[in-house]
Ligand binder design. Structure first.
Ligand code: PBG
Length: 330
């Protein structure tokens, strides 16, 4: 070989044929990597569209067994349930969170009774139930109280575990809640219930459509910056994750997703627990808006985005595109 006449290394050799590209592919995406968030409402036979999340609906409880069967058929391992609580069930103390007959508990029971083989994840935080829209209890100045909130969250997690939750996911960002919930689950005979901690949850503008979906947007007074993280911070996320693991979390989460891929990568490199990412409502809305305007090929970018999470080290992704993505992978 004459020096300088050929590229010394031809990277394109491996990329030339489809069989070769498949053979050398690094990150793999499968339906097993998906968790499907579902919004639940009162009523019968209802699938109510959500204006800011085209293609996503608030489903009445009776529709859930069919959705769970759809997930099972598509190979999606778990659903995340979020309630749309009617205004009259909201209060300053979020007491509805402790009601064994609240929407989420009824949803859990209905799906459990249908005998479908999917995992059921529930959010532990008070914002679906509070009249002020915060994830916890507030004092007279509007400050969210930590320890008093943790007590209520512990009761909420137990309430969900009793109704059949497989995974409780504290999304409230209070300090010490994972330890308190773990202890309560153990003491009450729910030692098999997993905790997926929303460990690095940022105070993000990307939650806008979700707050519309669960009807919390109109209620929220102020912002969540005294408990959710500053988007500028990365090292702090590592401390949060370390604490949640020490307190007994089985898996951890980074949220939102795409703008925080660097955090997913750092957490997955540093810690040996499964790391999940939440590709949140605003990220879903961006893709849908661009696709609807003919600016992007939805199917292609959805799979590309999900692959990026896998490449960054995520075990799985909570995504409203879960059923679409699972269908595309068939
Ligand atoms: C509530 C909660 C939020 C999301 C999940 N759980 C919103 C918030 O913290 O205001 C956001 C999910 C999404 O935007 O898709 N604790």
């Amino acid at each position: 070989m004459t020096e300088g006449r050929f590229p010394g290394t031809r990277m394109r050799r491996l990329r030339r044929a489809p069989w070769s590209r498949a053979m050398v592919q690094e990150a793999r995406l499968s339906p097993d990597n998906l968790i499907w968030p579902i919004f639940v409402r009162e009523g019968v036979g209802e699938a109510e569209p959500i204006a800011t999340m085209p293609g996503v609906f608030r489903h009445s409880v009776d529709r859930l067994p069919d959705l769970a069967r759809e997930a099972e058929d598509l190979g999606i391992p778990a659903l995340a349930l979020f309630p749309y609580t009617p205004a009259e069930r909201r209060s300053a103390d979020g007491a509805e969170a402790l009601n064994p007959d609240n929407l989420v508990c009824r949803a859990l029971k209905v799906i459990r009774d249908a005998g479908v083989n999917v995992g059921l994840l529930t959010d532990v935080a008070l914002d679906p139930y509070t009249s002020h829209g915060h994830d916890g209890l507030v004092d007279a100045t509007g400050h969210v109280l930590n320890d008093a909130t943790v007590e209520v969250l512990t009761g909420q997690a137990l309430n969900q575990a009793r109704a059949g939750a497989d995974i409780v996911a504290p999304s409230d960002m209070m300090d010490g809640r994972v330890a308190a919930i773990r202890a309560a689950l153990e003491e009450s005979g729910h030692s098999d219930v997993q905790i997926m901690a929303y460990s690095a949850k940022y105070a993000s503008g990307f939650y806008g459509p979700f707050r519309d979906a669960v009807g919390a947007g109109g209620y929220l007074k102020g912002d969540k910056k005294s408990y959710q993280m500053d988007p500028a911070n990365a090292r702090e996320a590592l401390r949060e994750v370390a604490l949640d693991i020490a307190e007994g979390a089985d898996s951890v989460m980074v949220k939102p997703g795409l703008p925080y891929l660097d955090i997913v990568r750092r957490v997955s490199e540093r810690f040996d627990v499964p790391v999940f990412a939440y590709c949140v409502s605003g990220e879903y809305a961006m893709v849908e808006a661009a696709a609807a305007a003919g600016m992007l090929d939805r199917d292609r970018v959805v799979l590309e985005i999900l692959t990026a999470f896998r490449r960054a080290g995520a075990s799985g992704v909570l995504t409203y595109h879960a059923p679409l993505a699972a269908r595309l992978m068939r």
